[in-house]
Design a protein around this ligand. Structure first.
Ligand code: FAD
Length: 420
């Protein structure tokens, strides 16, 4: 027997849960389907278990400041209609305590489970039906006989828990990152099935890996070293998304296989194979001027001078690269000091790749926004079919922007859904 609904939402993550609750609150009969046993696993593990659920520093008029997309202005409308303050108000009404950390990032005071419980409780209160764990076996659309030709009818979703039909289908199945907690490509497959274009995907907010031989750096020996840096991409070829230089001033962390930390996670979303990275290890300072001033008044070993500005282990590794740098500073030529300043402030390196979807926080790319209404998230060519959250080609920076996109796109969609 087929169950009938006003809307079926696929994916009980941040966007799906929020959308289902919002639509049900407006009186719609909603079915929420997920293949996982638990809902919103990514909320649970996000932000070190405390979920960085939004960011106060978000200007919807300048989305490129915090979001990537092949169509950078697409997210403006939804982000302007459902702002961080809207979600903050909901959190306050729900009695979920939170605090601000670095750069406007808001985190739950206690475990992120409180936020998940609230999203689920809202769905339960407004009678959202949940099928879980339910494998989605097929998604199709009925063809009803019209006057001359068949006209599209309801969406039919066959699952391992039964069959459901609705005139509206919301795809909120997220991206490809962290398959071990339920990520799949279902959303992209549904898009292609209905002729909706999909922008090529790649892992984002992900550690980068390097071949030590090529870089001349023993990453394993430096693992655990952290320092503030300025990082940018040097694209292999001209790219429209890199017309304005994207620069991050954040912390960098050496790992056994390469580099991580907020600076690298942020820049990784812009990096593509073949691009180089340029890292300034002394952001906001003039290394050459510092070195010249030190040379004028000191006979210390160069390594001890540089160690005043950089972590010891990193300093030793850098100075070991050139015999001319392994001397008292007054015996180091001006040319060698210039080369060292260059090494410290314009360190160029070529990533071999990334840690991939197993470690990526997000997926860059996804359902092509040119095919969607920016007001409702509905497909222009397929009325009744909606895509929300990370499955869409809108990717936020680190810092709560991805959840804010999940809430805002879910809200835009939920307002557009209609009773049958
Ligand atoms: P998801 O939350 O991924 O939900 C998709 C749902 O669809 C899942 O429940 C999944 O089980 C279900 N699904 C998938 N495939 C199928 C299928 N075939 N059949 C049925 N169901 C399916 N963002 C921030 O803003 N702040 C943070 O602090 C933050 N920290 C993060 C930490 C980690 C480790 C990771 C991995 C991500 C983090 N993110 C963070 C990103 C954020 O979690 C995502 O952008 C956000 O969860 C996307 O919401 P979504 O609802 O679109 O997708």
């Amino acid at each position: 027997q087929t169950a009938e609904f006003d809307a079926i939402v696929l994916g009980a993550g941040a966007a799906g849960l929020f959308c289902a609750g919002e639509a049900a609150q407006r009186g719609l009969r909603v079915l929420l389907v997920d293949h996982g046993r638990k809902v919103a696993e990514k909320i649970r593990i996000s932000g070190g278990g405390r979920c960085n659920f939004t960011n106060r520093d978000l200007d919807p008029r300048a989305p490129q400041r915090h979001f990537l997309s092949a169509n950078p202005n697409f997210c403006r409308s939804a982000l302007a209609r459902f702002t961080p303050q809207h979600f903050i108000t909901l959190m306050q009404q729900a009695g979920i305590a939170f605090h601000e950390k670095h750069k406007g990032q808001l985190f739950c005071d206690e475990r992120a489970q409180a936020l998940i419980d609230w999203l689920v409780e809202r769905c339960t209160r407004f009678a959202v039906q949940r099928w879980q764990p339910a494998q989605v076996l097929a998604v199709a659309r009925e063809q009803l006989p019209g006057q001359d030709i068949c006209v599209p009818g309801r969406f039919c979703v066959q699952t391992s828990m039964g069959e459901a039909r609705a005139p509206q289908l919301v795809v909120a199945t997220g991206g490809l990152s962290i398959p071990k907690i339920g990520a799949s490509d279902l959303g992209y497959r549904i898009a292609r099935k209905f002729g909706v274009p999909v922008v090529a995907q790649r892992p984002g907010l992900v550690p980068l890996v390097f071949s030590p031989a090529q870089q001349g750096v023993d990453f394993a020996a430096l693992a655990g070293v952290a320092l503030p840096v300025r990082v940018r991409v040097q694209p292999a070829a001209a790219r429209p998304d890199m017309r304005t230089a994207v620069v991050f001033d954040e912390d960098l962390l050496f790992t056994h296989r390469g580099l991580s930390g907020p600076a690298i996670l942020q820049i990784s979303s812009y990096w593509q194979p073949g691009d180089a990275l340029c890292i300034d290890l002394l952001p906001g300072q003039d290394a050459l001027a510092l070195l010249r001033a030190a040379k004028a008044g000191s006979r210390k070993q160069l390594v001890n001078i540089v160690a005043q500005w950089l972590p010891q282990r990193l300093t030793e590794a850098i100075v070991a690269e050139q015999p001319q740098w392994q001397r008292p500073i007054d015996q180091v030529s001006d040319r060698a000091l210039t080369a060292l300043a260059e090494r410290l402030q314009r360190w160029q390196l070529m990533p071999n790749g990334s840690e991939g979807y197993a470690k990526a926080e997000v997926t860059v790319g996804g359902v092509d926004t040119q095919a969607l209404s920016s007001k409702t998230m509905e497909c222009r060519q397929v009325p009744g079919l909606y895509f929300i959250g990370e499955v869409v080609d809108v990717t936020g920076w680190l810092g709560g922007y991805n959840f804010q996109w999940a809430w805002a796109s879910a809200y835009a969609c939920a307002q557009a859904l209609r009773e049958d």
